[in-house]
Design a protein around this ligand. Structure first.
Ligand SMILES: Cc1cc2nc3c(=O)[nH]c(=O)nc-3n(C[C@H](O)[C@H](O)[C@H](O)COP(=O)(O)OP(=O)(O)OC[C@H]3O[C@@H](n4cnc5c(N)ncnc54)[C@H](O)[C@@H]3O)c2cc1C
Length: 507
């Protein structure tokens, strides 16, 4: 009965939304800045009516990001051109956004309404130096480009699971990877960054040069400047990934949930193991299904910490040895671009009762409520990923980041809700449902003393503040704000970027 009332209400709201489309406003100074840019850098600027602009708009993963109408796009060919662009943007006061791979689903992060998109697609070189143990990557490269270059070497790199994800945004948000148990966040493996500040200054930052900025960039997204190149430490990978996919019977959902909690407690005993569990599926009225992806650089079956996953009733197990590139291509196939996408996240301590309640809430409320939108592309899930102790503490002494988790004594569980659909009008219906679900999950975790205030930037929704956890650490937050004051004293990114994840300098 409740679900029926909800579905009728949804139909009514959809009609109202359909009749209230807002026109977009254009600021003349953006037109002005685009025209100057075109004069300064001929061939590097594309306007709304051009094929290049259309192509670039279609390269976003989520259509709700790609459809935002920037006044122009500019795609520098090298760091010097990027310097010119940033200088002009700051001098003209124009709104702008920076795009690497365009996989963010939060509006105005890598696209911008009526401003300039700085598209880093051409800064995409990849140079592997096995002799020196690193790979140099232009941030406009996709992870597939990097994995491709490593395919015939004995090395891997801590990068995204899906290969079409861009290097830039992923790295600057932290970066979770199947290698995270052994090597931490992707940002823990950054050796050096080349960055263009808002005033056009080009800096190379590492432990010895601008260490404050180097630390702040690892987790802060686009708050401190535009990164053009990253030098990443290689990971020794003599073998291919051993990967096992398990599809559980729906009635065993909670046992699978118990297995991930059990694993999270002991994961440190075998840091090579990596696990994610997804509860979800099509919004076709059926009960969501549960699947797990287990990987290990050597052997999934021989890893004792992964044993709990095999003790649960399942439909299907498949097993494959895969290179990093093959694994990334498989994830790409499971996550096609071209849909409207939404995502939100929370983090809890590894409390099995809290986790069970949250999954139960997803299965019994959120998923069925989404099912009534009648969108045949509708699909979503709750993704559960352990943040193991070795993952969180890597780099604690040698490579500090600004995620604020390096002192965590216990493992955590990162939860994210993801939803995709095609109908524009469902955006305004789906987002509040997801927010309510996350709110209820947080409340549940708080009641059970299992809450944690880390909100992963790369999974956060527009109404979440990913730096809350850092803000509560007064020492770290003061350092971050001082760094902001030093490198972006006029707060160009705060004032001229429309994205919601802002770090303000001292007020
Ligand atoms: C299919 C899929 C798979 C994913 N898999 C993983 C995963 O395995 N692990 C994980 O941790 N995350 C994963 N993510 C999340 C992903 O890390 C984020 O969406 C990330 O922001 C994508 O980076 P991008 O460069 O493609 O995005 P973009 O949309 O281009 O950028 C995202 C944000 O970063 C900023 N930014 C980008 N480049 C720069 C730069 N060079 N300088 C300054 N700011 C910049 C942008 O302005 C924007 O705010 C996945 C996402 C998708 C859609």
């Amino acid at each position: 009965m409740l679900a029926t009332v909800f579905c009728v209400a949804v139909a009514l709201v959809k009609n109202v939304l359909a009749s209230h489309q807002q026109p977009l406003l254009i600021d003349p100074k953006d037109l002005h800045a685009c025209s100057i840019l075109e004069f300064q850098l001929p061939g590097r600027v594309s306007f709304r009516d051009s094929d290049v602009y259309k192509f670039q708009s279609e390269s976003y993963w989520a259509t709700n990001q790609g459809e935002l109408s920037a006044f122009c796009h500019t795609a520098p060919r090298d760091s010097q051109e990027l310097q010119q662009i940033m200088l002009l943007i700051s001098q003209t006061g124009t709104f702008f956004a920076v795009k690497s791979g365009g996989h963010s689903v939060v509006a105005n992060t890598s696209n911008v309404v009526d401003g300039i998109v700085v598209d880093l697609e051409h800064l995409n070189h990849v140079t592997v130096r096995p002799d020196l143990g690193f790979v140099d990557v232009g941030v406009g490269a996709r992870w597939n480009d990097v994995y491709q270059k490593l395919e015939d070497t004995d090395y891997g790199v801590v990068g995204a699971r899906a290969g079409s994800v861009g290097v830039g945004g992923y790295l600057l948000g932290g970066g979770l990877s199947p290698y995270s148990g052994v090597a931490g966040w992707a940002c823990d493996n950054i050796v050096l960054l080349e960055v263009v500040l808002a005033n056009g200054t080009l800096l190379e930052v590492d432990h010895g040069h601008h260490p404050d900025l180097f630390m702040a960039l690892k987790g802060a997204g686009s708050n401190f400047g535009v990164v053009s190149r990253a030098r990443l430490q290689l990971v020794s990978a003599h073998d291919r990934f051993d990967v096992t996919f398990i599809h559980y019977k729906a009635e065993h959902t909670m046992q699978a949930v118990h297995a991930i909690s059990e694993y999270t407690d002991v994961a440190n005993e075998d840091s090579g193991a990596a696990v994610s569990i997804s509860v979800g599926g099509l919004y076709d009225g059926r009960r969501p299904t549960v699947s797990a992806v287990l990987s290990h650089p050597r052997s999934v079956l021989l890893s004792k910490v992964l044993a709990p996953f095999f003790g649960v009733g399942h439909h299907l197990v498949s097993h494959k040895r895969m290179s990093q590139l093959e694994l990334a291509m498989m994830y790409d196939a499971m996550n096609p671009r071209g849909f409207r996408q939404h995502r939100a996240t929370t983090t809890i301590r590894n409390d099995v009762d809290s986790l069970t309640d949250i999954v139960q809430d997803y299965v019994s409320k959120l998923h069925p409520n989404m099912s009534c939108f009648g969108d045949e592309d509708g699909q979503g899930g709750l993704l559960i990923q352990p943040l193991t102790k070795s993952h969180l503490q890597t780099g604690r002494w040698t490579n500090p980041n600004m995620l604020g988790l390096q002192e965590e004594a216990s493992p955590l569980l990162l939860l994210s809700v993801e939803a995709r659909h095609s109908d524009l009008h469902d955006d305004e219906l789906i987002r509040p449902l997801i927010s309510e679900f996350i709110y209820a999950a947080d409340r549940n975790a708080t009641e059970r003393n299992a809450s944690h205030d880390f909100r992963y930037l790369n999974y956060a929704s527009a109404d979440q503040f990913p730096f809350e956890h850092v803000r509560r650490d007064h020492k770290l937050w003061s350092e971050v704000q001082a760094t902001k004051q030093k490198y972006d004293p006029h707060n160009i990114s705060g004032k001229q970027m429309r994205h919601p994840f802002k770090i303000q300098p001292y007020s």
